[in-house]
Every structure is written in structure tokens, then in C-alpha cells.
Design a binder for this molecule. Structure first.
Ligand SMILES: Cc1cc2nc3c(=O)[nH]c(=O)nc-3n(C[C@H](O)[C@H](O)[C@H](O)COP(=O)(O)OP(=O)(O)OC[C@H]3O[C@@H](n4cnc5c(N)ncnc54)[C@H](O)[C@@H]3O)c2cc1C
Length: 413
């Protein structure tokens, strides 16, 4: 039966790990709610990721409220089927009230709460939690329209495996986690890759004998708070670390990629007369990235010393600076260079086209203070640095969901 104006205290939109973490916290406080999901639980992992993807966070780093990893490989990295199973098991573990295949088409203010319209009924709620994810839409710059008509283009969200890509060269645009992983896979499949490199953050997979994520967690880096950061708007736009999860725990930085034969060029800045134009900033962005990585390693070293770990772990080390060719090309004719496909890995962004409450700024971002939205009783979860550096990771949902549930409970009372 299609629900008609069913009243709930809270409607959570989205059954990824973030919406489920919130559902768990609401359940613990006996707050009656539903979770509306356009697909199935873990929909993004089921439908929007490439086949070989593994989490770049180790298995142990997925501590959700009331749930976590209990296998015998805490330092391993989940494949996609394992990630999906993990999130499905989480939903089952506390019988989260998920309504699957229910797409929210509008949320608007109604009385002292909200009217939530879906393609399968309507709900009314005093409070709403937006947990629809940070990665709904690929960022594709306007210059994409000027690419030669015979070039095939796709986004990191649509990429599945090398068999999908015709033989010949590939330009991957974006050198963060997705771009570098896809570039490596395609280069190894025999398709020569050119990688357009903009701002990125380099990081070694292991440092002083331990996983970089272990260090960042232990040293408190992941717990840095949004209200203690000077320029939070800028930091929220910083790309993901250049990391991958693999059995051999390899570092997937630009030096590794050039060692495999990948050609580096600057940020794709334009397309003129069918030619690709690249920014001259390649060396600068690489130096900046090395600098930021070294700052992170310095923070880790200082923490290790303060905590008496220096004798227990390997000595401090620094990676070779990123190698950049003396004069990387500023222009390429894709036909002459044999580039047949462009893959946009320049970032992903949320989609709030269904949100009819005036809380979006001029860039389409929800106005909020640490997830407390600028509309009474509305909350947001799962965005980069929402409340903490870890907010957009599986491991970050617990603290944020607990904080926001506490706020929501107080609001209701
Ligand atoms: C390529 C990639 C790799 C990543 N790797 C890691 C990693 O290694 N470790 C890690 O911790 N994090 C990783 N992340 C980040 C993050 O954990 C994921 O993006 C995660 O999916 C975010 O969880 P979420 O619950 O916030 O959003 P999602 O998992 O995207 O869940 C949002 C849900 O909302 C639903 N939805 C959206 N709009 C509507 C609507 N209008 N009506 C109803 N339902 C709707 C979606 O179908 C989806 O199920 C990665 C992200 C990407 C893109």
C-alpha cells in the first residue's frame, strides 16, 4: 500500500552508511522514523563504483554506531561486494526501517515540520535528515562541450573496467584517489594514459611501518574539528588523498604512475580548435602536494615522539619529490597523440534538486553549521569535513550521527 501523509518524527533520506548510522542513533533513543532510499541499501556502492575498487580505508576503520569489523583481516581493504555486504548487514543488525525503491522528489516546509514527497507516497515529519551522499553527480567542466565530437567521454562514476574503453590512448582528468586508480588500471591494460593533474594530496600508503590511516587516526588528524579550522570552506573542497587499497599496500602516487609509463600534463584548462590545452602549473601543484604530504608526516613524527613510539616504529623518512618532466606539453592534438577517450575524475558533488526549502547558497551548497541546517529540524550528514576531517568516511559517521541525534532530540523537546 502506498503511504499517504504518514506522520513520523523523523524522515532520513538515503540508506548509505551515513543514513543508517543516523537510523541506529534514532533507534537507540526510540525516535520513530523511516529511512527513504531510491535504490537499495548501499545503493551508491552497488551502482556507482568501478569493478576493481577496494576501500582505501582499512577494514578496522569502519566503526559505525553499534557495528564494526569483526573478521580476521583488520588491515585489509574491502572489495565492493564486501563493502555492500557490510552495509547490508549493518541495516539488518538493528532492523533499520528502510523503504527501498522510494525516491524523494521534494522536501518542503509544512507547518512546524516538513512534507516529504516520493514516487511511492508522502510522509510528514518534524525533523528531516539529508543523508543522500556527497557524490551524486560528477563534476564535468563546461569545456567538455568543446571536445572533438569523435572522442568518447565518461565519468569516474560510469567507469567500470578497461574492457569498456576502446583501444587507444586515454586522457584521465583529475589525479586524486579515483583518477590515479583508474589511470593505473588503464595503463596496465595497455591503453596509454595521459593524466591531467590539478590540485591533489599525495600520501604514502605505509609510513614508518604502519598504514598511513592508522597514523592519521592515532595522531588525531581524522578528528580535527570543523569549528577549529581557519578556512573551512576551502578545506571542505580539498580533494581526497591519493591512496588505494590493495593486497601489496602499494603507494599510488604520480612517481609510481610515471614509472608505469603514464604521461603527466597540467590541469585541463581549455579546448581550442580541437586541441587540448593544459595549465602550466604542473610543477607547482606537485611541489605543493609534496609540501602538504611532508607537513602531514611532520605532524605524525611529532606525535610519535610525544607518545614515545620512536623506538617501536621504523625511522622517520621522506619520499622522493614528485618527478615532473622539464617541459610538460601545454597543448596536445588528441588525434596526433592517439587519445580516443576522456575520463572525468575531477570530483563528485551532491544533488539537492529535490530540496525545496531555501537553504542552498548561490553555489548550491546546503547552509549548515556542522550538519545543523539553516532550517529548524533539518540535518545533514556525510559531507566532507561536515563536523570532522573524517565526516565523509564510513568511520566518520558515528560521531557525527551521535552529535546530530543529540541536537535533534533537544530540538524535539
Ligand atoms: C569512489 C569512491 C571511493 C570511496 N572510498 C571510500 C573508502 O575507501 N572509505 C570510506 O570510508 N569512504 C569512501 N568513500 C566515501 C564515502 O564513504 C562514500 O561516498 C559513501 O558512499 C558515502 O556514504 P553516504 O551514506 O554519505 O552516501 P551514499 O552511500 O551515497 O548514500 C546516499 C544514499 O542516498 C540515496 N539517495 C540519493 N538521493 C536520493 C533521493 N532523492 N531519494 C532517496 N534516496 C536518495 C542514494 O541512493 C544512496 O543510497 C568513497 C567514495 C567514492 C565516490
Amino acid at each position: 500500500m502506498i503511504p499517504r501523509n504518514v506522520r513520523k518524527t523523523t524522515v532520513v533520506i538515503g540508506a548509505g552508511h551515513a543514513g543508517l548510522a543516523m537510523s541506529h542513533c534514532l533507534t537507540s533513543r526510540s525516535i520513530d522514523h523511516v529511512v527513504l532510499e531510491r535504490g537499495e541499501v548501499a545503493n551508491s556502492w552497488k551502482t556507482e563504483r568501478w569493478d576493481s575498487l577496494r576501500l582505501l580505508t582499512p577494514n578496522w576503520q569502519s566503526r559505525l554506531p553499534g557495528f564494526g569489523y569483526d573478521g580476521d583481516d583488520p588491515d585489509g581493504f574491502r572489495s565492493m561486494p564486501e563493502t555492500i555486504r557490510f552495509i547490508e548487514q549493518y541495516a539488518k543488525s538493528f532492523s533499520s526501517p528502510v523503504h527501498a525503491h522510494t525516491t524523494v522528489t521534494s522536501v518542503r516546509t509544512e507547518g512546524d515540520g516538513y512534507q516529504i514527497t516520493t514516487d511511492r507516497g508522502e510522509w510528514q515529519a518534524r525533523t528531516v535528515v539529508l543523508a543522500t551522499g556527497a557524490c551524486n553527480l560528477p563534476v564535468v567542466p563546461a569545456i567538455a562541450a568543446a571536445l572533438p565530437a569523435d572522442m568518447r567521454t565518461l565519468t569516474s562514476r560510469d567507469y567500470r573496467n578497461p574492457d569498456q574503453i576502446e583501444a587507444g590512448g586515454v586522457l584521465v582528468v583529475g589525479a586524486s584517489a579515483s583518477g590515479t586508480q583508474i589511470a593505473e588500471e588503464l595503463q596496465r591494460s595497455g591503453r596509454p594514459v595521459t593524466l591531467a593533474v590539478g590540485e591533489h594530496i599525495r600520501a604514502p600508503r605505509t609510513y614508518r611501518g604502519r598504514d598511513i590511516k592508522w597514523w592519521m587516526d592515532a595522531a588525531g588528524v581524522m578528528n580535527d574539528r570543523y569549528d577549529e579550522i581557519d578556512d573551512i570552506v576551502r578545506v571542505r573542497n580539498v580533494p581526497s588523498l591519493q591512496l588505494a587499497g590493495s593486497d601489496d599496500r602499494r603507494t599510488i602516487d604520480l612517481n609510481r604512475l610515471t614509472g608505469l609509463g603514464v604521461r603527466l600534463v597540467g590541469r585541463l584548462a581549455g579546448v581550442a580548435n580541437g586541441k587540448l590545452q593544459f595549465s602550466g602549473s604542473l610543477r607547482n601543484v606537485c611541489e605543493m602536494s609534496d609540501l602538504k604530504m611532508n607537513r602531514l608526516l611532520e605532524r605524525i613524527d611529532a606525535w610519535a615522539t610525544e607518545n614515545g613510539l620512536d623506538k617501536e616504529v621504523e625511522p622517520s623518512q621522506r619520499l622522493e619529490p614528485t618527478r615532473v618532466e622539464a617541459s610538460p606539453p601545454l597543448q596536445l592534438d588528441p588525434r596526433k597523440a592517439g587519445i580516443k577517450t576522456v575520463i572525468w575524475a575531477a570530483g563528485l558533488r551532491p544533488d539537492y534538486s529535490w530540496l525545496q526549502v531555501p537553504v542552498l547558497d548561490r553555489k548550491g551548497r546546503v547552509r549548515h553549521d556542522g550538519g545543523v541546517v539553516d532550517a529548524p529540524g533539518m540535518y545533514l550528514l556525510g559531507l566532507p569535513f561536515l563536523r570532522r576531517r573524517k565526516s565523509t568516511l564510513i568511520d566518520g559517521a558515528a560521531d557525527d550521527a551521535r552529535d546530530l541525534t543529540a541536537h535533534l532530540t533537544q530540538y524535539l523537546s
